[in-house]
Design a protein around this ligand. Structure first.
Ligand SMILES: NC(=O)c1ccc[n+]([C@@H]2O[C@H](COP(=O)([O-])OP(=O)(O)OC[C@H]3O[C@@H](n4cnc5c(N)ncnc54)[C@H](OP(=O)(O)O)[C@@H]3O)[C@@H](O)[C@H]2O)c1
Length: 331
């Protein structure tokens, strides 16, 4: 397995991780718990050690599933989880945020228990809490490192200014934000450059565009009724149809190269720099194996340019989140 370093002072981890979110939540189309567990085990066999979860996936069921699957295999895993997005059981679509120290101290105990471990390898703040100074939040996270409950710290969807402030309180090892051919914000908002400058790993989430960039999704009507993508503007109505025309161009490039569109999309992310560690998500072994094989796909400068040309920001139809969730991004 190829490896990459998690920030300048962090360990080597597999060059791609496994995003586990869809195993118990969000991408409910085709849910199959047994296959999800088999996928986790296959990932470890293939040498993928970076597993990505969050307490809000489920909520809680994702960490529970991973905890069961890795029992007796703790030494093979680099476990990442997150706190800070608060779900409302009465309204599954609603999202709150909480970055208060007492909430963090309580959240880590729940995550450790569900995952069945004494120490979490990487703990992210999932979304910034505008009512709490980042110094206060990261100070509380740093206390967890001192207490031996967490090894490395990360932020998700933080701005450059927030990242810089946080990094002064305690080294931040990873910034996890959406980045893919059709979500290019980190290029424009300075996050990629800041990570490179500060020696922080950039962990692109949804590197396959929530599955869209693989070309496997043909119609929004194919999603299960509670599949999260039904709420995402890019997956709705005319937007879906317009974006499909772009993906068909990626598929044509992929066919000419003898690879899949998903492999091309992952190879493009991997080619942006060694400090990027994408975490493609899947609950199926066949997809996992295709995604791991993307590590062997090398792109020429002209292939990179051709891919970028297909997806300038102006070409993508629809925002990456619904309006309420866009407001929770720290920009
Ligand atoms: N920090 C955050 O705010 C945040 C937000 C979103 C996600 N994440 C993390 O990032 C991880 C990855 O992102 P993601 O899961 O949202 O999106 P993704 O990796 O872009 O795409 C996942 C989707 O693509 C499908 N897929 C995967 N490999 C495929 C292949 N080779 N061919 C065809 N389809 C394929 C999966 O299908 P199946 O489900 O059928 O396997 C799944 O529906 C998540 O699991 C989660 O851990 C973090």
């Amino acid at each position: 397995m190829h490896t990459r370093q998690l920030g300048k002072d962090g360990p080597q981890v597999s060059a791609i991780g496994l995003g586990c979110m869809g195993m118990t939540d969000f991408y409910t189309t085709g849910s199959d718990t047994r296959e999800a567990v088999a996928t986790l085990h296959r990932a470890l066999e293939l040498g993928i050690n970076l597993l990505d979860s969050a307490d809000m996936y489920g909520p809680h069921t994702n960490e529970e599933l991973i905890g069961q699957a890795i029992r007796g295999k703790r030494d093979q895993v680099f476990l990442a989880s997150k706190f800070g997005i608060v779900r409302d059981p009465a309204n599954p679509a609603a999202r709150g945020v909480n970055g208060r120290p007492e909430y963090i101290r309580q959240s880590i105990e729940g995550s450790l228990k569900r995952l069945g471990v004494e120490t979490l390898d990487l703990y992210y703040q999932h979304r910034m809490d505008p009512s709490v100074a980042i110094e206060e939040t990261v100070g509380a996270m740093a206390d967890l490192v001192k207490a031996g409950k967490v090894r490395y710290l990360g932020l998700s969807e933080a701005s450059v200014a927030t990242l810089e402030r946080a990094h002064k309180v305690h080294p931040i090892s990873a910034l996890q934000s959406e980045y893919s051919l059709w979500s290019r914000d980190p290029e424009d908002n300075g996050c990629l450059a800041a990570c490179q400058r500060l020696g922080i790993a950039f962990v692109p989430y949804s590197p396959l565009g929530r599955g869209f960039l693989t070309g496997a999704l043909k119609s929004p009507d194919d999603f299960a009724a509670d599949d999260y993508r039904r709420l995402s503007p890019r997956f709705q109505g005319d937007n879906f149809a317009k974006n499909l025309l772009l993906v068909e161009q990626v598929q044509a490039l992929a066919a000419a190269k003898g690879v899949t569109a998903g492999q091309l999309a992952l190879a493009w992310v991997l080619a942006q720099g060694d400090y990027l560690i994408p975490i493609p998500g899947t609950k199926q072994r066949k997809y996992l194996e295709q995604n791991v094989a993307a590590l062997e796909v090398k792109l020429s400068p002209s292939e990179l340019a051709a891919l970028e040309a297909i997806f300038p920001a102006s070409a993508v139809a629809g925002q990456r989140y619904a309006e309420e969730s866009m407001k929770q991004l720290n920009r």
